[in-house]
Design a protein around this ligand. Structure first.
Ligand code: NAG
Ligand code: NAG
Ligand code: NAG
Ligand code: NAG
Ligand code: NAG
Length: 579
């Protein structure tokens, strides 16, 4: 029971027009081709102010839209999920457009009238759902249960006693959070259904549920259940028509029904269903793309994109975990320079594996090979040292190409190679005390002797339907095999232990689902832990000279030959990625 402000009719019409306008924007995108663009948080305003003022509205369409718009000005009740560290993610329903001209100035109003500022965090892909984040105020943390906050700009709202109308905060530990359609099936990502990595529930205990209303919902068979990935069939044509009710703008929630003994539960869901995805033609397919999870990497991105683009990566897909360091601006610059960089908002904590699975499905029609390396990792082959210029053939030379038309070649052992794995060479701070202005390839030149991990480039059509991947390697379908490159063929320069100021920021957040936080003492032997580093983010003595066993300037020398440009400045030479 919240106090409501009566919305004057003129305002309702205004809102309806906005809704209609955003709907027509939605239609104008090719939603199923995967080529829609995600407006950046800074584009919230643009999204509305750029609308043509004279678009045609028929009486019919108009009534139709206004009939199912529910939000009133100044108060929104988005889905809200409690994340670790008391963060709350708010996801507006597809029907709630932001009624105002700007996304600034919103706050979360909680059950005890406490408030906290709501930061706009962009749009979830595919359905363009508007998201915000706010922090659960400490006064609310003592209360039980937690109710979903209201998102508002207006100080006129307050909470009256118990709010039976407000649902409880969704728990991140038990949630269907994304869905993606292929031509043949639906891939659904859900937490809390398979509790352990090595033991997944059999698909027979599960059903996909399409639609909110349990009595009218359509259920289909689940074919794959592995980790956080579930695959199920599309509803048949007749059910689809019934679900969409003849309106293709109807948004259908999709979730999982879990049957255990006699108990049937439906996992809470934020995921919306879209019909079978159109497959794009083979023609426009890129040979090699790169997919990576990013958080606040704006300052490193240009070097990484320019370098890899010149050696043969055609497209870059960034899964952005809510960066707030101006990533969009750097991406815009790269786009203007002709690089193909796409950002998808992926705010889900500790879901690197699921994100990689998502990317394998998402990009399957547009990319033949997918490189899974991080933004601090650079693929390099010592054989390129001789070259005067970088070339797209460089990366190609590492792939089993192009002896057959299918992208993979048979080898002596019979099975075609569909994944190549490269050793990571871990570089140390190399005496740097801050981010090297000419780039990481220039600044970090001393590394450890032994490599620890592998990174891979995988043939997407050979990825197993379970989409299982562990630390950057996919399980392949039967009939394919992987190949390890020798150090002479190809390696990954991993600028892992950077100058302390950088390292500290990066290792505060671990991205992998199954790796413990680096500050925790529980897994001191993990390869992810940093030897000699305690459990506090305090600069260890002699950090700048640590992890330096071998001087290795090969990539520095090569990239200087390839990317040095213009006149040297007083601070030294300039590289192509410097502003
Ligand atoms: C919130 O504030 C209003 C107005 O001051 C008050 O009437 C109401 O009881 C408060 N609700 C709670 C839960 O404190
Ligand atoms: C709020 O609701 C809970 C459970 O329904 C109840 O136990 C409690 O007494 C209510 N509190 C108030 C202030 O009405
Ligand atoms: C994303 O950021 C949150 C904190 O905002 C963190 O807890 C989470 O692990 C990060 N997830 C990924 C996939 O980077
Ligand atoms: C780092 O500095 C130390 C001390 O000045 C020096 O001995 C060492 O050679 C330097 N290392 C590198 C990789 O430049
Ligand atoms: C790396 O090179 C520097 C400068 O030439 C030298 O001082 C240092 O000892 C070398 N380090 C190693 C591990 O070889």
């Amino acid at each position: 029971m919240r106090r409501r402000i009566h919305t004057p009719p003129a305002l309702s019409i205004f809102i309806s027009v906005l809704l209609l306008a955003s709907f027509s924007l939605y239609l104008s995108r090719d939603v199923f081709s995967g080529e829609e663009s995600r407006p950046s948080p800074s584009l919230f305003r643009k999204r509305f102010s750029n609308l043509p003022l004279n678009f045609a509205v028929t009486e019919n369409q108009y009534r139709h839209r206004s009939s199912h718009h529910v939000s009133s000005l100044g108060e929104l009740s988005p889905d809200a999920i409690l994340f670790p560290d008391w963060e709350v993610l708010l996801v507006l329903s597809p029907r709630d457009s932001l009624p105002s001209d700007s996304s600034d100035g919103y706050f979360c109003l909680f059950q005890n009238n406490a408030t906290s500022p709501a930061r706009p965090t962009g749009f979830l892909p595919f359905h363009q759902l508007v998201t915000f984040k706010c922090v659960l105020p400490s006064s609310v943390r003592r209360l039980r249960p937690f109710y979903q906050p209201i998102l508002t700009k207006s100080p006129e709202y307050y909470w009256l006693g118990n709010d039976s109308g407000s649902p409880e905060l969704l728990r991140w530990s038990h949630l269907a959070y994304e869905s993606l359609s292929t031509e043949n099936d639906v891939v659904l990502f859900a937490k809390g259904v398979n509790q352990r990595r090595d033991r997944s529930r059999p698909p027979s205990e599960l059903r996909c549920v399409f639609g909110d209303d349990a009595t009218k919902a359509v259920r289909t068979e689940v074919t794959i259940s592995s980790q956080e990935v579930f695959r199920c069939r599309h509803p048949d044509e007749a059910s689809l028509r019934r679900l969409f009710n003849g309106r293709d703008d109807e948004r259908i929630k999709i979730s999982l029904e879990v049957r255990q003994q006699k108990k049937v539960t439906v996992v809470p869901s934020l995921a919306y269903y879209s019909g079978p995805r159109k497959v794009t033609s083979e023609k426009g397919k890129s040979l090699v793309c790169a997919c990576t999870m990013v958080y606040n990497v704006a300052k490193f991105l240009k070097e990484w994109v320019i370098y890899h683009s010149k050696i043969g990566v055609d497209k870059f897909i960034l899964y952005d975990n809510g960066s707030d360091d101006g990533l969009e601006k750097v991406v815009e610059q790269l786009l203007l320079q002709g690089y193909d960089v796409k950002t998808l908002l992926w705010p889900w904590p500790k879901t690197q594996e699921a994100g990689f699975s998502h990317c394998a499905v998402y990009a399957r029609d547009s990319c033949t090979w997918m490189m899974y390396v991080d933004v601090d990792e650079f693929v390099f082959s010592p054989s390129w040292l001789k070259s005067l210029h970088p070339s797209p053939d460089m990366l190609k030379s590492l792939l089993p190409l192009p002896r057959t038309s299918h992208g993979s070649s048979s080898s002596s052992s019979g099975l075609p190679i569909a994944q190549i794995m490269m050793r990571c060479l871990d570089f140390g701070p190399s005496n740097q005390t801050s981010h090297p202005i000419q780039g990481v390839t220039q600044g970090y030149t001393c590394r450890r002797k032994m490599e620890q991990r592998h990174k891979s480039i995988v043939l997407l059509e050979a990825v197993d339907t379970t989409l299982i991947n562990v630390v950057h390697h996919f399980q392949l379908r039967e009939g394919y095999r992987g190949k390890r490159l020798t150090r002479g063929e190809g390696v990954v320069n991993h600028y892992k232990y950077q100058a302390w100021s950088e390292f500290k920021a990066k290792f505060r957040r671990r991205v992998s689902a199954y790796v413990v936080d680096w500050r925790q003492e529980s897994n001191p032997m993990s390869q992810d832990r940093t030897p000699g580093l305690g459990f506090a983010p305090i600069e260890p003595k002699g950090w700048a000279t640590k992890f330096c066993e071998v001087n290795d300037s090969r990539l520095k020398v090569a990239t200087q030959r390839w990317f040095r440009f213009g006149l040297d400045s007083p601070t030294g030479y300039k590289m192509a990625w410097q502003d």
